[in-house]
Design a binder for this molecule. Structure first.
Ligand code: PBG
Ligand code: ZN
Length: 331
């Protein structure tokens, strides 16, 4: 055998294998935890389609986060869920003073001064039609009205205390519209914009739409979320959002799109790259593990490592609580 054919000799034990690593370790800094906030401050509602995950009222969330911060939690991604507040054509309650996110932000900031808080910005949880933008009477997207409204919502979250606003709507030009409005209101230097730049139309969002009460009433989101078959559009979307001033980029969903995590990170090496392990991925892994397909810890560790190897700096995952436990045991 050719001497160059010998690979085993380079990874014969745990230490040698660690020397072969081409990616950074996974630490609490690399995790962002998505949370759903409901109107009833004392409520806690398990999400059926996401076993082990609940929607929290503010007081319940406080207790939940208290323990996670003790284990190293650094950042969260907040989603509002409404049942009592009415929905309308423009999502008026996305940034109303009664909105659960608007109400939660100042309290979360004062309770947890070292926690970084990102807010998902979209209209779909608050519109009666369930789409992510404002519509023309014929049901198509009115892009200009949409980005104007989305920028207003982003500004409201920033003013209420969000460190990061994260528009997930996929309207054209929203990053620029948000940045302009933040600058106009003297928040340009104080609020980061995390763009869901490379967000695909995906069957993996099913459980989330349940959780956030945000299913479209008609049609689908294929006219604004990206088509799975296109890496070209993914790159154009990332380039555009960088040009418009995005501070950070995201690829979503995660596992089926690692090629784009790698190539978009390579194209924009100076922008932190986020990957969103979405609701359907969470539930798929959960059900596989509970049915004996694999061990949860072993399989999830493999997936998270692959995400880091592809180039993800931050992984947004509903598994954050259990991963923090594992990291504690390791350290
Ligand atoms: C809404 C939004 C979605 C997710 C994040 N923000 C759903 C969608 O676009 O249909 C998905 C998150 C998940 O599935 O975990 N704009
Ligand atoms: Zn939406």
């Amino acid at each position: 055998m050719d001497k160059q054919s010998l690979l085993h000799s380079g990874y014969l034990n745990e230490t040698l294998r660690s020397w072969q690593s081409n990616c950074g370790e996974l630490t609490p800094n690399n995790l962002m935890y998505p949370v759903f906030i409901i109107e009833d401050d004392n409520g806690i509602e398990p999400i059926k389609s996401m076993p082990g995950i609940s929607r929290y009222g503010l007081n319940q969330l406080k207790t939940h986060l208290d323990s996670l911060i003790g284990k190293g939690l650094k950042s969260i991604l907040v989603f509002g869920v409404v049942e009592g507040l009415p929905k309308d054509a423009i999502g008026s309650n996305a940034d109303n003073s009664n909105n659960p996110v608007i109400k939660a932000l100042p309290k979360l900031r004062s309770w947890f001064p070292n926690l970084t808080i990102a807010c998902d910005v979209c209209l779909c949880p608050y519109t009666d039609h369930g789409h992510c933008g404002v519509l023309y009477p014929d049901g198509t997207i009115n892009n200009l009205a949409s980005i104007k409204r989305i920028a207003e919502v982003a500004l409201s979250y920033a003013q209420a205390g969000a460190h990061i606003v994260a528009p997930s709507d996929m309207m054209d030009g929203r990053i620029g519209a948000i940045k302009d409005l933040l600058i106009k209101n003297d928040l340009g230097n104080k609020t980061a914009v995390l763009s869901y730049a490379v967000k695909f139309s995906s069957s993996f969002y099913g459980p989330f739409r349940d959780a956030a009460n945000s299913k479209p009433a008609f049609g689908d989101r294929r006219c604004y979320q990206l088509p799975t078959n296109s890496s070209g559009l993914a790159h154009r979307a990332a380039e555009r959002d960088v040009r418009e001033g995005a501070d950070m980029l995201m690829v979503k969903p995660g596992l089926a799109y690692l090629d784009l995590v790698q190539s978009v990170k390579k194209a924009h090496p100076h922008h932190p790259m986020f990957i969103y392990q979405v609701s359907g991925e969470y539930s798929m892994i959960y059900h596989a593990a509970s049915n004996g397909v694999f061990d949860l810890k072993v399989a999830l560790t493999e997936i998270l490592t692959s995400m880091r190897r592809a180039g993800a700096d931050v992984i947004i995952t509903y598994y954050t609580p259990i991963i923090l436990d594992w990291l504690l045991v390791k350290s």
